[in-house]
Unconditional design. Structure first.
Length: 105
């Protein structure tokens, strides 16, 4: 019984993590800043500041704002000024950037 409950707990944890990593919204923009943790914006999580176009189904206006990133690995090969496509997932605490890739100009 204990082993079955442990297996169920592991499956639920993995399922929750997978849902958090699946983008619900997609957008495009320009990287303003890439801030690994710790930074002035977050003590423990990496942050990407994006000047982004409207995000269908989420934000109707173009704006510049910080987003928590799922991992600092998303920053690899990117720099401020790069045009990017990004994916956002909803978590209980924040919108989370779960994908980030450079776009051709």
């Amino acid at each position: 019984m204990r082993r079955a409950l442990l297996s169920i707990a592991i499956v639920l944890t993995v399922s929750s993590a997978a849902r958090a990593q699946t983008p619900r919204w997609h957008g495009t923009g320009v990287i303003v800043a890439l801030l690994p943790a710790p930074s002035r914006l977050h003590a423990t999580r990496p942050v990407v500041v994006l000047d982004h176009e409207p995000i269908a189904g989420l934000m109707a206006e173009r704006m510049s704002m910080p987003f928590i990133a799922a991992s600092v690995e998303l920053f690899r090969g990117l720099a401020p000024g790069d045009h990017v496509a990004f994916g956002l997932a909803e978590t209980p605490d924040a919108l989370l950037v779960v994908s980030l890739r450079r776009l051709a100009r």
